[in-house]
Design a protein around this ligand. Structure first.
Ligand SMILES: NC(=O)c1ccc[n+]([C@@H]2O[C@H](COP(=O)([O-])OP(=O)(O)OC[C@H]3O[C@@H](n4cnc5c(N)ncnc54)[C@H](OP(=O)(O)O)[C@@H]3O)[C@@H](O)[C@H]2O)c1
Length: 288
């Protein structure tokens, strides 16, 4: 446990909450007394995780809501459903992510790593922003990675059509998470809605399951448990120490400096505009 925050009465939405870092995040926030909305794409996996968390914490305020974050129509359906059934949202944890060795495309005809890891965070957050503002002080936590240091935003090939590698696409998407956080925090100045991002560490989860088994096995040997890996997410979601901190990147519950490109405001602003175009959002959806 990274802090003694009291989260009772707070509504926390965690994406990818059925496994790995997201599951531990949901469990620990449930232990702190929060009302948890677990957003998962598969009902059976979601129900199994929910039952486990309920059993471990005794918290009955757990909900499963389904959303496939690779589909913009499904994100919009989910956001509408969430807003119709919830009066507040105190913490949004954008955690769901994939590592895809081979290039895939989504129903929206977008490259899937970029679509799920970045546009999924972008669209879901923007659609829930009014509710987050109404619930302020509130928080947005974006799970990125130190892999962003090998990433680059190539505006001429955002969809990896000219060149695709699983690792490369993953690194680019995790850089996009930090740039998104930076621009979002800038736009949210004065609203008491904070936006921060983090590297969880190298964590033994299922995210690298598309890699050949021997490589996946080696990765598992050098990684920490999801319990340890979730600590910075939990800290940013709940600790009073970071209530007013915004636009920052964290490692091991401490502020850290991301790559030079991750701190480039022009890239952040251009990525925002491109993301708004690709998700059919008004570029000025957030009040400046
Ligand atoms: N593990 C690491 O070493 C590491 C390091 C740095 C950053 N991260 C980041 O940590 C976050 C969590 O990953 P993890 O390591 O905990 O991996 P994980 O155990 O594979 O968890 C990923 C979660 O995302 C969900 N997800 C994937 N695609 C989705 C979609 N289209 N719609 C809805 N949910 C979807 C997965 O659902 P299913 O179970 O249905 O697939 C799963 O619940 C990711 O953003 C990742 O980039 C991980």
């Amino acid at each position: 446990m990274s802090n003694n925050a009291n989260m009772s009465g707070k509504v926390c939405l965690v994406t990818g909450a059925n496994s790995g870092i997201g599951k531990v995040t949901a469990l620990e926030l449930a232990r702190l007394g929060a009302h948890i909305v677990m957003v998962c794409r598969d009902r059976a996996r979601g129900e199994a995780a929910l039952a486990e968390i309920k059993q471990a914490t005794g918290n009955n305020q757990l909900e499963l809501m389904l959303c496939d974050l690779s589909s913009q129509a499904d994100i919009r359906r989910f956001a509408d459903e969430f807003k119709a059934t919830h009066k507040r949202l105190d913490v949004l944890v954008n955690n769901a992510g994939v590592y895809l060795r081979k290039r895939q495309t989504t129903v929206d005809k977008l490259e899937a790593t970029f679509a799920i890891n970045h546009l999924g965070y972008f669209l879901l957050t923007n659609l829930l922003l009014d509710l987050l503002k109404q619930s302020a002080p509130s928080r947005i936590v974006n799970v990125s990675s130190s892999a962003h240091t090998s990433g680059h935003i190539n505006f001429d090939d955002l969809q990896g059509e000219q060149s695709y590698g699983g690792g490369k696409a993953y690194c680019h998407s995790k850089l996009a998470n930090i740039l998104f956080t930076r621009e979002l925090a800038r736009q949210l100045a004065g609203t008491q809605v904070t936006a921060n991002c983090l590297h969880p560490g190298a964590v033994a989860t299922g995210i690298f399951r598309s890699l050949p088994k021997p490589i996946e096995a080696i990765i598992k040997l050098v990684t920490m448990s999801p319990e340890k890996g979730a600590q910075t997410t939990i800290y940013l979601a709940s600790s009073p120490a970071v209530e007013t901190v915004t636009g920052k990147y964290f490692i091991k519950c401490a502020e850290a400096r991301p790559s030079a490109e991750a701190q480039d405001d022009q890239v952040a602003s251009r990525l925002w505009a491109e993301s708004a175009r690709l998700t059919h959002l008004q570029a000025d959806a957030v009040n400046h």
